[in-house]
Design a protein around this ligand. Structure first.
Ligand code: C2E
Ligand code: CA
Ligand code: CA
Length: 588
């Protein structure tokens, strides 16, 4: 009964088209008309044309359909875009199969694109044949744009708007696999571009100026590449270019040349002309590897080489010639870590008073035991440390280790029986660090007298910068610290300098001692050096004494002190302590 009544009411409402002003009556067409979802009802003519029977206001807005358009009308006359093929195709499919479906599509009007989601429902008669299809249309443009925006942020650098490391990595992967598919006619290349002295710009002009500088740097770099290449910002002051397809490496070199040329122009930062340069590292699939990660790593390595070679240049990675260098690079990182983690050891080789065979002092020699490589000789790691600047923390560590050892001996046997330790200091250290200050700090920290620490440096170190080093040596000697001239006889060996430099000890190099025969030229030279040293009031130490004949000759020459395997190899602190306690392994 209730059923028939409601049917009647809706029939009245439908027929009149009037809004029924009763709280009990629902005017469904008014509701459908106002829905914030598009509703389209279609059928398909015998000629297989999709025809719209009903289009609500929301759908009319989406399609830009005029109110005056007479319905029914063919779907493709509703709006003249090619997008309606998608919708028409889906409607025809539902007519054919009778299966409901949901799909996403978009329509474009001018530059504006609307992203839509539609659900199609088949209306079937009692025999199951489809006679109409209802299509709902939801506008998802806002969500889609937000999603796109989010996606953009995930793959782009917020400051410059360029692709970030993640996107760069993806594009590189694609480019490498394209190259491989196409055979070996084409290669791809990665250029890592690091701004030289960006820190200075940041510090001098402030961070917001630094940001502006990076933005303009990005647009400068964009102008240097082809439209098919990718520019990315990898981190703070580092950009990367992906050259996705090149036939000749000359094309890559051209891009790097353009980059350096572009740097010749000054940047205007708040009215200041700022000149900058970049260091560029290049790795190509032809010279490095075909793995994206390897390409980035090798280009980065080449960039560091470019920096090391004086900045403002390009270095191209070559697998063969760089392999050794890369293992050095690895070693450098590990050496740095070894110093930081205190994994080095100071060994001590005794220096003996040749006239009494008493212990006179020790030379501290650094030892590094690498977890995989085992013992790494200082002959290998000291030059590496000098090259890379690790010598500064390493040198500081050695002075501290020596001071700590002296403190231990003073506490154990008293200052009277404690002997000095010589610490090796390289010329590079003098250039990069305040050695006098470093020694002073060590003495103060362990509360020891200057006479317990001596420093050794080579003649070539002095010659590299005589004025600066002389000044520094004078300050060192004021602390009561004696200075030894190491490896005498291997460098300039100009006796002229002996009296000019503020030194106290001369150490004669092992190679000199090796050649020693009674009465031969080295023997005569040594006699002269011995006399000169005595006149100047210098101690003389002969290094590399390996057998008794050496000792005899040096005693004849009235040399004061000696050091070498004949007495003892460099030993660990505990063993050196035994010597200090008076337990000497050599005959007196
Ligand atoms: P150096 O200062 O000339 O040190 C003497 C080197 O000769 C040491 O080699 C020592 O083990 C070796 N030696 C001593 N007696 C004999 C001997 O009778 N026969 C032979 N064949 N060799 C002997 P080591 O320890 O390998 O050190 C090599 C060089 O590494 C040192 O030469 C020094 O220039 C440098 N070095 C070592 N430790 C340090 C350090 O802490 N700082 C700096 N700057 N350089 C260091
Ligand atoms: Ca030495
Ligand atoms: Ca030496």
């Amino acid at each position: 009964m209730a059923d028939t009544k409601s049917k009647k009411i809706s029939a009245i409402a439908d027929a009149s088209g009037q809004v029924a002003r009763s709280s009990r009556i629902v005017n469904t067409s008014a509701v459908v008309e106002r829905l914030q979802v598009g509703v389209l009802v279609c059928n398909v003519t015998d000629a297989n044309v999709v025809e719209s029977l009903f289009v609500n206001q929301f759908a009319r807005d989406v399609f830009g359909l005029k109110d005056s358009t007479q319905l029914p009308c063919p779907l493709d006359s509703i709006w003249n875009a090619s997008d309606n093929h998608v919708l028409a195709g889906q409607i025809l499919e539902v007519f054919r199969t009778g299966r409901d479906t949901t799909f996403e599509w978009s329509i474009r009007s001018g530059v504006i694109e609307r992203f839509l989601s539609s659900h199609l429902m088949a209306l079937t008669d009692h025999e199951g044949a489809v006679y109409q299809v209802i299509c709902t249309i939801e506008d998802q443009t806002a969500e889609k744009l937000a999603e796109r925006n989010l996606l953009h942020h995930a793959f782009h650098d917020a400051l410059t708007g360029q692709p970030n490391r993640v996107l760069f990595r993806n594009k590189l992967e694609e480019a490498v696999s394209d190259c491989q598919r196409e055979g070996h006619q084409n290669g791809c290349a990665v250029l890592i571009i690091n701004i030289d002295r960006f820190q200075q710009i940041n510090e001098s002009f402030g961070h917001s100026a630094g940001d502006r500088f990076l933005i303009s740097m990005a647009s400068t770099l964009r102008r240097c590449i082809r439209s098919s290449d990718t520019l990315a910002r990898l981190s703070g002051d580092e950009f990367a270019i992906l050259v996705s397809r090149f036939k000749d490496v000359e094309e890559v070199e051209m891009i790097s040349r353009r980059v350096h040329e572009a740097m010749q122009q000054p940047y205007d930062l708040d009215g200041n002309e700022v000149f900058t340069s970049v260091s560029v590292g290049v790795a190509t699939t032809l010279s490095s590897s075909t793995h994206p990660e390897d390409l980035i790593r090798d280009a980065d390595f080449a960039m560091h080489r470019a920096k090391g070679a004086g900045k403002a240049r390009t270095e191209i990675y070559h697998r063969d010639s760089h392999q050794r260098a890369r293992s050095q690079f690895h070693l450098e990182t590990e050496l740095r870590r070894a110093v930081e983690r205190n994994e080095l050891d100071l060994y001590y080789q005794p220096i003996i008073d040749l006239s009494t065979s008493e212990l006179h002092g020790f030379e501290g020699l650094t030892r590094w035991t690498h977890k995989d490589r085992g013992f790494v000789s200082p002959v290998e790691f000291i030059p590496l440390a000098e090259e890379t600047g690790v010598i500064v923390p390493l040198g500081r560590w050695a002075v501290k280790a020596a001071c700590a050892q002296v403190r231990k001996w003073i506490d154990e046997v008293g200052a009277e029986k404690t002997v000095p330790i010589n610490v090796n200091v390289s010329g590079i250290q003098f250039a990069r660090d305040d050695i006098a200050r470093m020694v002073e700090d060590g003495l103060r920290e362990f509360d020891i007298d200057g006479r317990f620490i001596r420093i050794e440096l080579t003649e070539s170190a002095i010659m590299a910068n005589p004025t600066r080093i002389s000044e520094s040596l004078q300050r060192i000697r004021k602390l009561g610290v004696k200075v030894a001239l190491d490896d005498f006889g291997t460098g300039y060996s100009s006796l002229n300098y002996l009296h000019q430099f503020p030194i106290d000890v001369i150490k004669i190099d092992r190679s000199f001692i090796n050649q020693l025969e009674p009465g031969n030229a080295p023997y005569k030279i040594l006699r002269m050096i011995g006399m000169l040293a005595k006149n100047l009031g210098h101690e003389v130490v002969a290094e590399g004494l390996e057998d008794i004949d050496h000792i005899k000759m040096l005693c004849d020459l009235e040399f004061g002190y000696g050091q070498g395997f004949y007495f003892s190899k460099p030993v660990k602190g505990a063993e050196a302590s035994e010597y200090v306690y008076g337990n000497l392994p050599w005959d007196k």
